[in-house]
Design a protein around this ligand. Structure first.
Ligand SMILES: Cc1cc2nc3c(=O)[nH]c(=O)nc-3n(C[C@H](O)[C@H](O)[C@H](O)COP(=O)(O)OP(=O)(O)OC[C@H]3O[C@@H](n4cnc5c(N)ncnc54)[C@H](O)[C@@H]3O)c2cc1C
Ligand code: FES
Length: 366
């Protein structure tokens, strides 16, 4: 595999640019399959909210690859920002980051973004429920540390699913936090393939385990909890449904999606059946670009074909890196999971999953 930590078109990393170069400070092997990459603090220091993610940009085999990785650190606790990457079978970037990154390397990233975060207040007396599995623990870890330090009267309950004992990311750090904040952090590990001697919960996380977990933490009724979900899609769907059945309101549940399976036929048909060649105008960093979007292409794909340096990361509607505001015209958006209802109401769209529906499309990207 040929690799290069910088993209072919080197990025403008001025203060207003969405790009940044970070220097790797330290690498910590969390499990055989997961590594935390800590970065030196840039100047000025990296501003981020716990739970947000960085988009890592690497060039592999001559092609620029971008992937999102949640910051597993807390700006209130950790002196250096870090991401934790779990190796995926056959995964290009996750294996590369696990195998080839060393202290001193420089990595191009997009500045932190994402809505999977929390508003902290020392007066809050909240009861938080975190449901995570596998690499889904990464944003949850940053959020949990931030709650524990900022909200002395709040409690955090974590249900965390892993495959086996040696796959539990942050096991030791979670135990340290429990000792540091007695009675304020409850952790329930659940292992799908534990050893014979594992004393804890066994099997995959089911509706039953979510119900037991939620009922165990809610002493004053369903309106008391605030839930954060991050893990495989099936788990998040199951957790969302189970919490709803317990009477927990939609506004009490926040989730972060790491992955969307390749688009279904219906979704691709939305793109294919959209009207032919529509003109789109993009305002990006003070520059205006006008280009045509061909049938089957998204607004982002067509813009990248024109060599416009549009921001993006997951290209599947999850991360919001490509977010823009629709000033005029209409688009069809096949995936909007990354946007909040409020953002949609304000006219935000995701360029990676939008196709022009009308003429006279104008979008600003901030
Ligand atoms: C907002 C956001 C935050 C994220 N945070 C983290 C994080 O903190 N830590 C972390 O390890 N990952 C995180 N991810 C996932 C990460 O961005 C990559 O998707 C993941 O590392 C796989 O990339 P890859 O290049 O190794 O795999 P690829 O080469 O892109 O894919 C290999 C194969 O796996 C499938 N696939 C890709 N991603 C997944 C997935 N997540 N689950 C199941 N199958 C998949 C693909 O369809 C393909 O068949 C996050 C994703 C998003 C959108
Ligand atoms: S690039 Fe991630 S939502 Fe569009």
């Amino acid at each position: 595999m040929l690799f290069n930590l910088f993209s072919k078109n080197s990025k403008n990393t001025s203060e207003t640019s969405p790009y940044l170069t970070l220097k790797v400070r330290e690498i910590i092997k969390e499990t055989p399959d997961a590594t935390t990459i800590y970065f030196e603090q840039p100047e000025p220091h990296l501003e981020y909210k716990p739970g947000q993610f960085l988009t890592v940009i690497v060039e592999l085999n001559g092609k620029e690859e971008r992937r999102s990785y949640s910051l597993s650190t807390s700006p209130f606790v950790d002196p250096f920002p870090g991401i934790t990457v779990k190796r995926l079978d056959g995964g290009l970037v996750s294996n590369y980051l696990n195998e080839h990154i060393r202290p001193g390397k420089k990595i191009t990233v997009m500045k932190p973004m994402g809505n999977f975060t929390c508003d902290y207040h020392s007066k809050h007396q909240r009861n938080y429920g975190m449901i995570a599995a596998g690499s889904g623990i990464t944003p949850v870890m940053g959020i949990t540390k931030s709650i524990l330090i900022n909200e002395p009267a709040s409690k955090v309950n974590l249900l965390y699913g892993s495959r086996a004992e040696d796959q539990i990311i942050f096991k030791q750090r979670l135990e340290e936090l429990q000792r540091e904040y007695p009675g304020r952090l409850e952790v329930t590990h659940q292992l799908s393939q534990p050893s014979e001697s594992w004393p804890g919960n066994k099997g995959r996380i089911t509706a039953g385990s979510i119900k037991t977990f939620a009922e165990g933490m809610l002493h004053e009724g369903p309106s008391e909890g605030l839930f954060y979900l991050c893990g495989p899609n099936e788990l998040m769907e199951l957790a969302t449904e189970t919490l709803q059945n317990l009477g927990i309101g939609k506004e009490q549940v926040l989730s972060e999606n790491f992955y969307k399976a390749p688009e279904t036929q219906n979704e691709s048909q939305v793109l294919e059946s959209a009207p032919l060649h529509k003109q789109v105008t993009i305002v990006l960093e003070g520059e205006t670009y006008t280009y045509e979007v061909a049938p089957g292409k998204t607004i982002l794909e067509a813009g990248l074909d024109e060599n416009i340096d549009m921001p993006y990361s997951c290209q599947s509607g999850l991360c919001t890196a490509c977010r823009g505001r629709l000033i005029s015209g209409e688009v069809s958006m096949i995936e909007d999971a990354g946007l909040s209802e409020n953002e949609i109401a304000q006219g935000y769209i995701l360029c990676c999953s939008s196709k022009p529906k009308s003429g006279d499309i104008k979008i600003t990207i901030e």
